[in-house]
Design a protein around this ligand. Sequence first.
Ligand SMILES: [Zn+2]
Ligand SMILES: [Zn+2]
Length: 124
Amino acid sequence: MSDDRQVLLKALEFHGHRCWASVAGVRAGLAALRELRVARSGGRQLHGFVEIGEDHGGMCFGDGVQYATGCTLGKGNLEKTPYGKLPEIMGFVPCAACGELTARAYLRVLGEKHLCIPCSGYER
Ligand SMILES: [Zn+2]
Ligand SMILES: [Zn+2]
């Protein structure tokens, strides 16, 4: 069994049920580790941000990211920003103000500009 599959199965056991969002979180976490060329850490060497809200899918996504990366709310090296978005699993568009890649569903349109939630001034 591949290491990634092992991580996925353990993450689902940790999460408590099988759902698309926790699997997406694991995949996003593993992709982040690969992209950054770092290994999962049991310590505080890594620091993660998840831009999820309180919704069921978002929280499940966060569990997947936590398990895959070792960045956890408990250790304080995972921060949850309340934007309610799952940017890794949807199409990206750069914010016209800050350049952050933002999921299409969570872009805000102000005049001619497509903006991320913080730059738009909206709360969500
Ligand atoms: Zn779930
Ligand atoms: Zn922005």
